[in-house]
Write a protein of this length. Structure first.
Length: 339
């Protein structure tokens, strides 16, 4: 600890020059092209680890010993989450010195391909949407992220206190825990939706929460069309979004609907109407009632957790196509996404 000597009267204290680099945030700025969530567990953990380490050095000025302890804990965590499992599964007289953890896992994955769930590719989703509009039949595409899955997990997979701790963002997404009514409505919406996006990443509260939640409600992973929960972004990056929207009347729903309408109009697309704002999941019924007043071919819904409820019901009661559009609306408005 450094002890400051008393300052002499009348003599101003000199300010120290700032040392080192500028303070670096430990949070990555959001990027449109394939969300961090989808980059894979290994690369995501490595990136977070590296950035947090740099941020800690810059922001806290921790001594080398602190960072050494951080590094030691990180390496021990990586071992416990991978190599140690191999150690525990192998017989005591067997080792694999020439095989990496990745190779061993790859071999195991190949053995379980018959248990895999196929996800619709962006081109398949595009064709399904175009066919539905051509045939004038309803089609709903909803997406499940950690917010939706945590909401559905309330009191059936997790106690409310745990959901509240792990889902501190839920109120921003439109749900104030506990909210069992919204939980039940989400289950009904997922059951009724035509295509459901589920997370590819096996991070906690993403794909690893899908099976426990579905089992709790008796939902089958074999009887529905599935896609990646980031299908909204994939449709855009793969050039599938513009063909869907061209020569169609597009209804925009959500708090960003007004600025998004300007973006679409600038590209020569026809905006049938705007429904805004959406005040959380419990506002879904009112929003659907307003949306039904418009004549449209396809609705893009960006409204947090409420989007799942709005998308499924709107498609069902109007016979039109509705897509849970998510934060792609923000990316288009900011110019981060190529339309």
């Amino acid at each position: 600890m450094r002890i400051r000597t008393p300052r002499k009267k009348g003599k101003p204290r000199k300010r120290k020059k700032q040392l080192g680099r500028k303070r670096r945030s430990t949070h990555s700025s959001p990027k449109f092209i394939r969300n961090q969530v989808e980059q894979g567990e290994a690369r995501l953990v490595e990136a977070v680890h590296e950035e947090e380490a740099e941020g800690n050095k810059a922001e806290t000025g921790q001594p080398a010993g602190f960072m050494e302890g951080y590094e030691k804990g990180y390496q021990e965590g990586r071992y416990a989450g991978g190599e140690e499992i191999i150690d525990q599964l192998l017989p005591p007289n067997i080792i694999f010195p020439d095989l990496s953890l990745k190779q061993i896992i790859a071999a195991g994955v190949s053995m379980h391909m018959e248990d895999a769930i196929s996800l619709m590719l962006p081109e398949q989703v595009r064709d399904t949407v175009l066919q539905a509009m051509e045939e004038k039949r309803p089609l709903s595409i909803v997406r499940l992220g950690d917010g939706e899955l945590l909401t559905m997990a309330q009191e059936v997979v997790m106690p409310v206190d745990q959901v509240r701790r792990e889902g501190k963002f839920l109120e921003y997404a439109g749900v104030r825990v506990p909210d069992l009514e919204t939980r039940n409505r989400l289950v009904e919406a997922v059951t009724g939706a035509d295509i459901v996006g589920i997370p590819r990443t096996r991070m906690p509260n993403y794909q690893l929460l899908v099976s426990p939640v579905f089992q709790a409600y008796g939902l089958s992973l074999r009887e529905k069309q599935w896609t990646d929960s980031l299908i909204n972004y994939s449709l855009c990056t793969e050039g599938c979004l513009l063909p869907i929207l061209q020569n169609r009347r597009v209804l925009l729903i959500g708090n960003m609907a007004e600025p998004l309408s300007a973006v679409l109009a600038h590209r020569g697309l026809s905006v049938a109407g705007v429904v805004s704002p959406v005040n959380g999941a419990r506002d879904a019924a009112r929003v659907v009632a307003l949306a039904r007043q418009y004549d449209f071919d396809i609705a893009l819904v960006s409204a947090g957790i409420a989007a799942v409820l709005i998308t499924e019901e709107l498609a069902r009661v109007t016979g039109k196509v509705a897509i849970d559009f998510g934060h792609l609306a923000n990316a288009l408005i900011k110019g981060e996404a190529p339309l």
